[in-house]
Design a protein around this ligand. Structure first.
Ligand code: FE
Length: 206
């Protein structure tokens, strides 16, 4: 059966990536190797039900609870498992903390690996060739495009996700949000701030 699939594609593989994916999907469906209903359920869960809110809750908790933050960074998988936030595409997560000296940026140069249980499905730009290639070669230019302005003394660290390791950026807490409750802070944490392509923002300015 596998040979048949390969033969079909060797005959004429569409050059456009979207057409390729569609062709591959139709073939896999025809062979009974994937089920559209199951795929729809997975997409619906991570697109509409999970979203970046789980990640935002963790960040807000880390900002307000030093012990939790230390455990989150030191023992990430254990903490996430206890919170029920492991599972598909989040089996092994590493939390990287932004500091005065370091800004972290996450990419998947190979495809689009991303911590689904924490951030939902990746945005389209995260999957784009441009982001994937430029984030490593010219991280400061990419950050500039996202309007993330950093002082030249700040070091940028780029983390390349794989199917084994996903990264979550723990952004710095904005000074103006200090003293707010954990629940209020959740609304300050943006999806992009947890990828490294943005900063947390006051919900009033969103
Ligand atoms: Fe990937």
């Amino acid at each position: 059966m596998k040979k048949d699939i390969l033969k079909q594609f060797h005959k004429g593989f569409p050059s456009n990536p979207e057409a390729r994916v569609r062709a591959l999907k139709i073939t896999l469906e025809k062979e009974g190797l994937i089920d559209q209903k199951a795929l729809d359920e997975i997409i619906d869960t991570y697109q509409n039900k999970v979203g970046p809110l789980n990640g935002a809750k963790i960040v807000a908790k880390a900002w307000t609870d030093k012990n939790f933050k230390a455990e989150l960074i030191g023992n990430t998988d254990y903490v996430l498992k206890n919170m029920g936030l492991n599972g598909r595409q989040g089996e092994h997560v590493v939390v990287v903390e932004n500091t005065e000296a370091i800004h972290n940026l996450v990419v998947c140069t190979l495809c689009s690996c991303y911590p689904w249980p924490l951030l939902g499905l990746p945005p389209n730009w995260y999957k784009s060739d441009a982001y994937r290639s430029r984030a490593v070669r010219q991280p400061r230019t990419v950050l500039n495009d996202f309007n993330v302005k950093l002082s030249s003394s700040k070091k940028v660290k780029v983390w390349d996700s794989t199917s084994e390791v996903r990264y979550l950026v723990l952004p710095q807490q904005p000074e103006s949000s200090k003293g707010l409750s954990e629940n209020e802070l959740v609304n300050w944490v943006t999806r992009d701030s947890m990828i490294g392509t943005g900063f947390p923002k006051s919900p009033k300015g969103k």
